[in-house]
Design a binder for this molecule. Sequence first.
Ligand SMILES: Nc1ncnc2c1ncn2[C@@H]1O[C@H](COP(=O)(O)OP(=O)(O)O)[C@@H](O)[C@H]1O
Ligand SMILES: [Mg+2]
Length: 421
Amino acid sequence: MHNLATEPTLQATSEAPVVLVPRIELHAFCDNQQTGQLLQVAATDRRMSRAHVSIQLGGIPAAIQYYQTQPTPNVLVIETHSNREQVMAELMRLSEVCQADTKVVVLGHVNDVLLYRELIKAGVSEYLVAPVSPVSFIDSIANLYHDPKAAPLGRIVSFVGAKGGVGSSTIAHNIAWITSQKRNIDTIITDLDLAFGTAALNFNQDSTGGIVDALGQPDRVDSMLVERLMTKLGDKLSLLNGPGTVEREFNIEAHAIESILNVVRSSAPLVVVDVPNMWAPWIKQTLVNSDDIIITATPELPSLRNAKNLVDFLKSARANDRPPKLILNQVGVPKRPEISPADFAKALGVDPIAVVPHDPQSFGLAQGNGQMLFEVAPKAKATEALTEIAAIVVGQQKGTAAKPKSKSFLANLPIFSKKNK
Ligand SMILES: Nc1ncnc2c1ncn2[C@@H]1O[C@H](COP(=O)(O)OP(=O)(O)O)[C@@H](O)[C@H]1O
Ligand SMILES: [Mg+2]
């Protein structure tokens, strides 16, 4: 319903990654305008953009009327303000017009465990107590299609430079090394710069080009294939990358990268994506679908302009997510006129999470040796800054292992622990 498209102010509510909602048809019959607006926000969220969503007012009575003549969708969400007896009676009538394979989600206003039990017994897929946040609503819908026994999803953190050569890849590789080596978190680097990527070089490895095999058959990619295509860089660190040559050209489709990353993220709790400084549909989509985005910029005007454009685009494309983070790198190049970190932050409207000094000696040595900064210059200021960045990346890691299902009121009841459900 288009007249519901106002914009409530919303906070990003989820720490843990939310599974994407598949290409389903979802109809919602709301009982009030506010819920309609909230679902409208959810419908336009990146995680729900594959689904076809229609939102109407009128609650259960309107739904019953509507489905007299129309087939019911994959998911039917109905809001009701009624009490237990009324809800059960209304649902009985709805069930007469509802196809058996339609998943029904009831959005109620009473926190009533007996009602929940009766609803589930009657075949309702989920009971949510209003108000729900858009992200938790999306999470509930996604979970209708996500096998709860499947491996928990890893977080995708994308690193992108505001322009070429700012140090985005070097920082991404160092962060992945620190999280795996110093924090013991299984980390996978995915280097999407297929022809010119430096991840293998920086770790003193030959490029295997494994990701090209996956790109050729994106729908066949599973975790076994990904496992085979990756290069082991350490106990807890692996790399999926391109061949690092110009012998082949690559036609990259956004959906192919998306399916590969979806598999990769089921193999490790942290996926560091090295995104090349280019602009193409698949780059846009990869950034938009990341759990976090880290933009690296140098303190110069072109970097500032591009960072500003990126931040503006990402904030509007990801209205219910955390805003992108900024790293200022190569600060303090001798004789170079630079924009101060304070001015840069002010112009951008984003404070940097770290300011990394220009340190050609340490970075040059690391690059020459195919080692990480920590290994060649553990005491350098730049290494300290990278360690802080890793701490921030990891700080948002919490909640990844156990995916909270706190959307229904049941989560508050000890008897309904996850195991019992
Ligand atoms: N803070 C820094 N001081 C000095 N050199 C740096 C710094 N950060 C990165 N570099 C160097 O800059 C070069 C470009 O880095 P790279 O990570 O490939 O950039 P990008 O991925 O943004 O194109 C590399 O040689 C790297 O070692
Ligand atoms: Mg790069």
